[in-house]
Design a protein around this ligand. Sequence first.
Ligand SMILES: C[S@@+](CC[C@H](N)C(=O)[O-])C[C@H]1O[C@@H](n2cnc3c(N)ncnc32)[C@H](O)[C@@H]1O
Length: 256
Amino acid sequence: MAQSDIMKYTKVKRGKIYIGDAREVYPQIAEENQVIITDPPYNIGIKYENYNDKLSESEYRSLFYPFVNHKAAIIQYPEDTIRYIIPELGIPNRILAWCYNSNISRQYRLISIFNTEPSFNNSKIPYKNPKDKRIRKLIEGGSKGTRCYDWFSDIQIVKNVSKEKIMKKENGKNVPVHPCQIPVKLMQRLIALCSNKDEVIVDPFLGVGATAIAAESMGREWIGIEFSKKYCNLSIERVKNWEKYVDFDFLETLTY
Ligand SMILES: C[S@@+](CC[C@H](N)C(=O)[O-])C[C@H]1O[C@@H](n2cnc3c(N)ncnc32)[C@H](O)[C@@H]1O
């Protein structure tokens, strides 16, 4: 791809989307006021639109090198990807655990935080029983929820039946358009925990735009990079209609 093509972007609402390889694009747009919040490819052979998810160790490690010394929250899946991330980015300041229900034995993902400390006060865990008399009183008194710790279990993975999952018909069957959508709520929480109001949120592996929707809903500037034009177009459409994908009660539990 010619240099000028790499640096073309589409402006959507508060953000910019680059179609291309994060390894080529990010070094050209990196700035100090950016925080990387991302769910990188898993390197386990997932079928994406046009990306080989089975890279050699050195190629996989090269995905992370451009983010060295930046503030970053990187979701690790599977957890042994930390073997490749740490040699490139160093030891994380913190590791968070996102726990969820699923029908497989692994029911959590670790999220490594680099070059910043999460501000746990910026995110509350929504009350499970807001109609309870005692809880109603707390809410009336201004409480947004209970404390958020370094592990949490109130956000579920995006299942095929989830409202935010993008599905299509293939041979008469409903199949997911993107194999591994991440919940918008998770990206909203990470933005609240790991960035300041004036920082730009960057997702170098944007997929179908969960981070962009999260940043847009929180009034933040953002940048997305993604290999697949199809996923970029879906992100653009979704960000234009971001209100459809956001739980406004959850948004209330965040300080941003
Ligand atoms: C785990 S998925 C991210 C999914 C995203 N969080 C969402 O909710 O849609 C990783 C994405 O990274 C993209 N990708 C892989 N390697 C890339 C690279 N070098 N540069 C840009 N995008 C890349 C893949 O096409 C895939 O959509």
